[in-house]
Design a protein around this ligand. Structure first.
Ligand code: GLA
Length: 420
């Protein structure tokens, strides 16, 4: 370690810096041209925590109803969520009545949403938030409610008329892979034609994989984000599987992400029941590295102060929302420790070290600074700050130095390396 002084960069180091700037400034593939999701979407989505609970008689506080969304909207505004960037309050499956109305439009279940979606959207907007809704490309939603197949235009128009700001479009009950592809494209165009700004959240690749490899370049031209892999559950097993899928497919999916279009590893389950503290830290850190949409699925009425602080951590959110918009990747895995890194704007880097060993106590891990960022992360030196599990300035490091960290089992140490 050394203290910062005035450093004159030799010519070859300046050249390397210039090379880094050029390398990391290349735009990704062309994105859906709706001007939305220039950074990953942030908000709340009901599915993982509340699922398809339609029994408002027995469980009035946790059934899918306008009351639930109004309560969440209030809390998103009053408890600091909106201030740190969580903006989209999103309805998932099971909001609909079992039948379309006499004019063929989708309608909300009249018992659970007595005021209707338009009024709910007005309420959400009055809180300075945006409203997301859910529909399905096929004949039925995954939970069996009316699907949009054959109704793309009218459904897009209905959502726009209601003042909806995001559509999660699921892929259940689609009878062929051709219909799936065409349906996702047609809905994208239909949303565009409404003239309303509506973020388009797809599950197209997830439903394509069993048939053929998705064409991500094409998907990016139609969707603002896309699910690749199975649903997240409130468990470490599930978070681990998502990370493993992502790293083993990173050659295919990382470069395609960028402003306007993102890979979606599914909801944040922080603040629920299944993850230990260290595992929650891992989910937050890695979702930041992966430039993932940050859609929480938890109960904002009863969330621990610790989980709330983690989800509202401005430094970690800043990594997730970094304007360069490059997704991070797994750099290496050695002896059950994974090192992930993500290039950030201003030549900074985020680095995460995950301890996947589930026996024993905290483990020490030493990384050579020169191995990070393709050798360019810290030339000739950099300022390193640990952001998670807690914030700590580690000081100035030289390119030739090593950094020793201590990582809890299933936990993560997240660092930010800033160019000097
Ligand atoms: C699928 C999706 C989930 C959720 C449910 C709703 O499983 O992948 O995210 O929307 O359907 O039924």
């Amino acid at each position: 370690m050394k203290l910062k002084g005035e450093v004159q960069l030799p010519g070859f180091l300046l050249a390397l810096r210039f090379l880094a700037l050029v390398l990391w400034s290349f735009p990704g593939a062309r994105a859906l041209n709706n001007g939305l999701a220039m950074t990953p979407t942030m908000g709340w989505l009901h599915w993982e925590r509340f699922m398809c609970n339609v029994d408002c008689q027995e469980e009035p506080d946790s059934c899918i109803s306008e009351k639930l969304f109004m309560q969440m909207a209030e809390l998103m505004e009053s408890d600091g969520w909106k201030d740190v960037g969580y903006e989209y309050l999103c309805i998932d499956d099971c909001w609909m009545a079992p039948k379309r109305d006499s004019e063929g439009r989708l309608q909300a279940d009249p018992k659970r949403f007595p005021s209707g979606i338009r009024r709910l959207a007005d309420y959400v907007h009055s809180k300075g938030l945006k409203l997301g809704i859910y529909a399905d490309v096929g004949n039925k939603t995954c939970a069996g409610f009316p699907g949009s197949f054959g109704h793309y235009d009218i459904d897009a128009k209905t959502f726009a008329d209601w003042g909806v700001d995001l559509l999660k479009f699921d892929g259940c009950y689609c009878d062929s892979v051709e219909h799936l592809e065409k349906g996702y494209k047609r809905m994208s165009l239909a949303l565009n034609r409404t003239g309303r700004s509506i973020v388009y959240s797809c599950e197209w690749p997830l439903y394509m994989w069993p048939f053929r490899k998705p064409n991500y370049t094409e998907i990016r031209q139609y969707c603002n984000h896309w699910r690749n892999f199975e649903d997240v559950y409130d468990s470490w097993q599930s978070v681990k599987r998502i990370l493993a899928w992502t790293s083993s497919n990173q050659k295919r999916i990382v470069d395609v992400a960028g402003p306007g279009g993102w890979n979606d590893p599914d909801m944040l389950v922080i603040g629920n029941f299944g993850l230990s503290w260290d595992q929650q830290v891992t989910q937050m850190a890695l979702w930041a590295i992966m430039a993932a949409p940050l859609l929480m699925s938890n109960d904002l009425r009863e969330i621990s102060p610790q989980a709330k602080a983690l989800l509202q951590d401005k430094d970690v959110i800043a990594i997730n929302q970094d304007p360069l918009g490059k997704q991070g990747y797994r750099l290496r895995k050695e002896d059950n420790i994974e090192v992930w890194e993500r290039p950030l704007s201003d030549l900074a880097w985020a680095v995460a070290m995950v301890n996947l060993q589930e026996i024993g106590g905290p483990r020490f891990h030493t990384i050579s600074i020169a191995s990070l960022g393709q050798g360019l992360a810290c030339i000739p030196d950099c300022m390193i700050t640990q952001l998670l599990p807690e914030k700590r300035k580690l000081g100035f490091y030289q390119w030739t130095s090593d950094l020793k960290t201590k990582i809890n089992p299933t936990g993560t140490v997240l660092l930010r390396l800033a160019a000097t």
